[in-house]
Write a protein that binds this ligand. Structure first.
Ligand code: ATP
Ligand code: MG
Length: 342
């Protein structure tokens, strides 16, 4: 059984003018110890998907459909939850998630800046998190914090520092230490390295990967930079405008991308092998999700788009085992038989 199973998840935000269709029917799964890269441009619903899994959506965000199962436990969409009124649901969700958050699933937030309480020492906050979930003495918790500092490459002398005394990069590492504190089965890392410079990014990612392998946990790395996940993930999910456009085995997808959006993303970031070439950028920008385009949501920006793409949303097509693409022309692209429409 997969560790995490997301089936047809739908998350909309209520806004004054209607609804933002931030996540609109995504499905993926993750086995124990596996890493998945969730990749897409800004505003495509990546963080919303992560907040749905951890049930930390803001109050105007609603899970309107689908099911999330983690380690046999239904975190969203259980019959029991669906039978409750909205007010009772909140309490129910809190009780389900109490035992799951931090111990089983932890999250590295996109803005590490706000993750720590400014009035408490960073080391104490991590120790508190440990003590809230494990029956250990203050001294033991402190010893564990020291271990974690070493693990993530933080200077142990800074343990008694306050969040404002840490640089952005240090806070990011402290956040990673916090996420590791309770040996979770799954870590969701939302843009874990964007606050860091490029050299540091590589180092922190490699270290996270090492720690993850040692501890045998699964990880979801969220990023807009497809090259970041190339060396750390087994699976990749390409998200655009609330939909997963391509999903599956990373080698297969990197070698034979079969969705125009993935091809665009791959051309937009420096090659992993470091070849120097002019970078391409996908024309236009992601749509307003309170009024998304008809048919395939990528069609207005797609250089292969035909009239069918405007009219009908494509189904997920399995172009080869463990490799799915939501594009009417997935197979043609896979077989290299698609020509651009100008
Ligand atoms: N609280 C909210 N209320 C209304 N709309 C929201 C809210 N939070 C996010 N959205 C909208 O939902 C969509 C998805 O946002 P989300 O933050 O999940 O994107 P993302 O892929 O994580 O982007 P980024 O790469 O910039 O972090 C966007 O259109 C965003 O404006
Ligand atoms: Mg985000």
């Amino acid at each position: 059984m997969a560790l995490l199973e997301i089936e047809d998840l739908v998350v909309y935000f209520d806004i004054i003018r209607g609804q933002v269709q931030a996540v609109d029917g995504i499905s993926f799964s993750l086995n124990r110890g596996e890493t998945l890269g969730l990749v897409g441009e800004s505003g495509c619903g990546k963080t919303t998907a992560a907040f749905a899994i951890t049930r930390l959506l803001p109050s105007n965000g609603n899970i309107l459909g689908g099911k999330i199962t983690f380690d046999g436990k239904v975190l969203a969409g259980s019959e029991e939850e669906l039978s409750l009124s909205k007010r009772k649901r909140r309490k129910y969700v809190d009780s389900v998630m109490r035992d799951v958050r931090w111990d089983e699933v932890s999250m590295i937030f996109q803005s590490a800046m706000n993750a720590f309480n400014p009035v408490y020492k960073v080391g104490d906050q991590i120790a508190e998190a440990i003590r809230a979930h494990e029956d250990v003495s203050k001294e033991e918790a402190k010893r564990k914090v020291i271990e974690l500092y070493r693990l993530v490459g933080l200077d142990v002398d800074r343990i008694d520092g306050y969040p404002h005394e840490y640089s952005g990069g240090m806070r990011q590492r402290a956040m990673i230490a916090m996420a590791l504190a309770c040996n979770p089965k799954l870590i969701i890392a939302d843009e874990p390295t964007t606050a860091l410079d490029v050299i540091m990014q590589d180092r922190v990612l490699a270290e996270m990967r090492d720690i993850q392998r040692k501890m045998g946990m699964a990880m979801i790395i969220i990023t807009h930079d497809i090259s970041v996940v190339a060396e750390v993930a087994e699976k990749i999910a390409i998200m655009y405008a609330g939909k997963l456009l391509e999903y599956g085995d990373i080698t297969s997808i990197f070698e034979r991308p079969s969705n125009p959006y993935t091809i665009g993303l791959m051309a937009s970031f420096p090659s992993i092998k470091g070849e120097r070439k002019a970078l391409f950028s996908i024309p236009g920008s992601p749509p307003d999700l309170s009024n998304p385009p008809s048919g395939c949501r990528f069609h207005p920006r797609c250089r292969y788009a035909k009239s069918l793409c405007k009219e009908k949303e494509p189904e997920a097509f399995e172009v080869e085992p463990d490799h799915f693409s939501k594009c009417h022309f997935a197979l043609d692209i896979f077989n290299g038989q698609m020509s651009e429409v100008s």
